[in-house]
Design a protein around this ligand. Sequence first.
Ligand code: URA
Ligand code: SF4
Length: 223
Amino acid sequence: MTEVSKDYPGAQAFVPKGASIADLARAARGCQGCELHRPATQTVFGSGQPSSRIVFVGEQPGDVEDRRGEPFVGPAGRLLDRALADAGIDREQAYVTNAVKHFRFTGTPGKRRIHQKPDASHMAACRPWLDAELAQLAPEVVVALGATAAAVLIGPAFRVTRQRGQLMPWDGPSGAEDAGVHSGWIVATIHPSAVLRTEGEGRDAAFAGLVSDLKVAAAALAG
Ligand code: URA
Ligand code: SF4
């Protein structure tokens, strides 16, 4: 693979100000804020109820999501669906999105594509989309699924392994006019893919841990 510049323009120039979720999703199809748009099939924007009081944020689309254009519809998505159901959360009533909107992968064309974690530069480039989504949705509760979402939403020093499942005040999206004013709650948990990667008997416990963290979010919503 050729080296690519880490100096991306970012999504900001592509984000229409004050746009609805539907208009943001439309505009995001043409985003060229970083180089990830080039090899990927399409932008995978957030999806769900614009009126949702709870928003789930993952890392980036995977192989299946890249092909279908919807977040969390592959194996990790099916596991998330089961965990949400067990936590008493209706995905149909929620909004699900990712910190980065294009699939990052390695592999030669025609062969299996291997997921690659986004760099901090991709997270920074894509962040205006997430901020715009959160500003529009103004959720009461945000759930960070995994370390990438937690790094973007809470900060790079946050450790999911130690601080997961804790209900913390959330100041709203960065750049919002009322940034700094407490406007909701945030809970971080492990990524559904981490449960899938857990071998053997540990998997049930990992799944139960995810469900238990999601219940914290559900309780914050009810309260
Ligand atoms: N993993 C994610 O973080 N997001 C998706 O949409 C799918 C898998
Ligand atoms: Fe734009 Fe984000 Fe895709 Fe990069 S990953 S091109 S910033 S939508």
